[in-house]
Design a protein around this ligand. Structure first.
Ligand SMILES: C[S@@+](CC[C@H](N)C(=O)[O-])C[C@H]1O[C@@H](n2cnc3c(N)ncnc32)[C@H](O)[C@@H]1O
Length: 589
């Protein structure tokens, strides 16, 4: 049979930018093994068998693209269901009337019918329902309410007349914020991947096993797991390792975490009612200092005492659970939200601090309720999609000396720290410090020492001598600029460290294996206060040059425009902002 199947892919409604559409196209080509043709809203309506594809609220993307279509011989429907990142519905039209070809798709998310002698199916891919499940988990009042809402949503979408969607359903599928699903929302984390982009990178690189050597909060690992690829994550920061491990644990949880949550909420409630003596501990000053030294003098005494008392009460309620359990991570998240850092000036560690009035203990309780609902929707997803996560291994280690054998991984998807260029970027660790000391991951006076080990730290010193010419030029320019010279050696070190990590990428990749190394496309240096642009550094080009020095083959630089998140953090932050996927390969394909 030759290319007799027709596939129509409808893009998610909330995809805001062209970059995503281009990534979607590339992903579809990779997954179908053929070229795909963009379609506009009119074409979608014409193709939509009996109006099955959601015709309302169609998001119009670049040049009117709302989806793609292609002809294929025999599609791997299971793979498409599990791996697609940007589509909310797929229409598959088989060449014959034999509808049994659709048996591989989950019944709950699929509608099948024979139309004009051809078997047709419309299905919701796993990632779309997973993203919506978090919107549901956030809106629902209880775990039961959350799963009932998911049932309602799916019934409406797979119903015979999906065009008539209720306001409730439209609000869920039109949500703009869909990045907290699959426990991605367990903990705030700066500079993390958009989950669907991490998926797309994994699809572009292919490969059976995935490594993220700068794993951070574990976004790529979680996505690899639900796509069916075993993954390994490495990070130098113990809190990142703990967050990623907690997410891995939640994905394979069999009900133990929900029980622990009920238990801990019960203990906190009992202490509130004075049934146990927890409150005494909560009111008693803690015997040990958990507040990092650099913060002590910045937090007013009453707040300091209140936070330390809350942390002590929560830790007491968590007693008996393994260290760094998902519930500990819920405490870490509450602490990370309580103190908001805004780094100032040229990035030498100066920051302003705002303290949320809401108590850590109350935020922790909110987190546990949200976690219960997230667990319930995850169990629903497992039951109705048949997806079983592949194993995740998270290691505390250094990307410059990976604890892995030569030629042991098929694909690498990662994003290293930013270069110490723009203000404040290198101080992320400081904003995690309170959570780390509260969880006992580091001593309150050890924050600076840990920061100094991180790639991108201003405390590091390196030599630019054998770096590529573009990298050397940046360092030399900084050396000659009175306001930047103190960061010149740190910037040289950053490039040297990045190259060391790329050498490790080369060492651990199997021959022919691919790597998506995701960096900011460029760094813009501004004159402090006047905000005049003084230099633009094409950092993605430099990364590509470092990768080639490390022995890797440059396949392509893919620039992806991202939405502005924060209009106050960066000077001129309304300028277009791009991340670049530096697509690399070890040896020949
Ligand atoms: C941009 S973040 C990665 C975020 C991640 N993609 C996510 O989705 O959460 C960069 C990470 O690199 C880590 N890091 C810094 N220096 C490192 C090193 N030498 N080895 C391994 N990880 C390092 C930081 O702790 C941080 O978690």
């Amino acid at each position: 049979m030759t290319a007799d199947w027709t596939l129509v892919f409808k893009l998610r409604n909330n995809i805001p930018l062209e970059g995503d559409v281009e990534l979607a196209r590339r992903e579809l080509c990779a997954l179908t093994g053929t070229t795909v043709e963009p379609i506009d809203a009119d074409a979608l309506r014409t193709l939509s068998v009996q109006g099955w594809l959601l015709p309302k609220d169609v998001a119009i993307h670049r040049e009117g693209t709302v989806g793609f279509r292609c002809q294929v011989d025999t599609p791997d429907l299971t793979r498409l269901f599990r791996r697609l990142s940007f589509c909310e519905q797929v229409l598959a039209i088989a060449p014959t009337a034999d509808a049994s070809v659709f048996r591989v798709l989950p019944i709950r998310l699929t509608r099948v019918q024979v139309v004009n002698g051809r078997a047709c199916a419309v299905f919701i891919p796993f990632n779309a329902i997973a993203e919506w499940s978090d919107v549901v988990a956030r809106r629902a009042k209880s775990p039961k309410d959350a799963t009932a809402l998911l049932d309602f949503l799916v019934d409406a979408l797979v119903a015979p007349t999906p065009a008539e969607l209720s306001h409730n359903v439209r609000t869920i599928i039109g949500a703009k914020q869909t990045t907290g699903h699959l426990f991605h929302g367990l903990h705030v984390y700066k500079a993390k991947f958009f989950p669907r982009m991490a998926r797309a990178f994994i699809n572009l690189c292919g490969g059976a096993t995935v490594l993220d050597p700068f794993a951070g909060s574990g976004t790529a690992l979680v996505e690899a797991a639900v796509m069916g690829a075993p993954s390994i994550g490495v990070d130098i920061d113990p809190l990142s390792v703990a967050i990623a491990q907690a997410k891995a644990q939640l994905l394979s949880d069999d009900g133990a975490v929900a029980e622990a949550i009920a238990d801990v909420l019960g203990r906190l409630d009992a202490s509130d009612k004075g049934q146990v003596s927890l409150f005494e501990i909560a009111e008693t000053p803690v015997a040990y200092a958990i507040t990092p030294q650099f913060l002590r003098h910045r937090i007013p005494e009453p707040e300091l005492r209140e936070v330390e008392a809350d942390v002590a009460a929560v830790l007491r309620a968590l007693r008996g659970l393994p260290a760094c359990s998902p519930l500990h991570i819920a405490l870490s998240d509450a602490l990370s939200r309580k103190f908001k850092f805004r780094f100032l000036g040229l990035g030498y560690g100066r920051f302003s601090l705002s303290i949320l009035p809401r108590r850590v203990r109350a935020m922790f309780v909110d987190n546990l309720h949200y976690l219960s609902r997230s667990l319930a929707v995850w169990q629903w997803l497992r039951a109705h999609t048949g997806v079983r996560p592949a194993p995740i291994r998270v290691l505390h280690g250094d990307a410059r000396r990976l604890p892995l054998a030569d030629a042991s991984v098929d694909c690498i998807v990662t994003s290293p720290p930013y270069m110490p260029a723009s203000s404040g970027r290198e101080n992320y660790l400081k904003s995690k410090a309170y959570a780390m000391t509260a969880l006992g991951l580091i001593a309150p006076d050890a924050v600076d020492a840990l920061e100094a080990e991180q790639i991108g730290s201003v405390q590091r010193v390196g030599d630019s001598e054998d770096l590529p010419a573009d990298a050397r030029a940046v360092v030399e320019w900084m050396q000659g600029d009175p306001t930047r010279c103190v960061k010149a050696a740190a910037t040289a070190s950053y490039f040297v460290d990045l190259r060391a990590s790329l050498r490790e990428v080369h060492r651990v990749l199997k021959s022919g294996g691919k790597c998506a190394y995701v960096v900011a496309r460029r760094h813009v240096f501004y004159r402090y206060q006047s905000r005049e642009v003084v230099r633009i550094v094409e950092s993605a080009d430099i990364t590509a040059q470092l990768a080639m020095q490390a022995g890797l083959r440059l396949l392509e630089l893919v620039h992806v425009e991202l939405q502005k998140q924060n209009t106050v953090a960066r000077p001129r932050s309304l300028d277009a902002y791009y991340e670049t996927i530096v697509l690399l390969q070890k040896g020949e394909a």
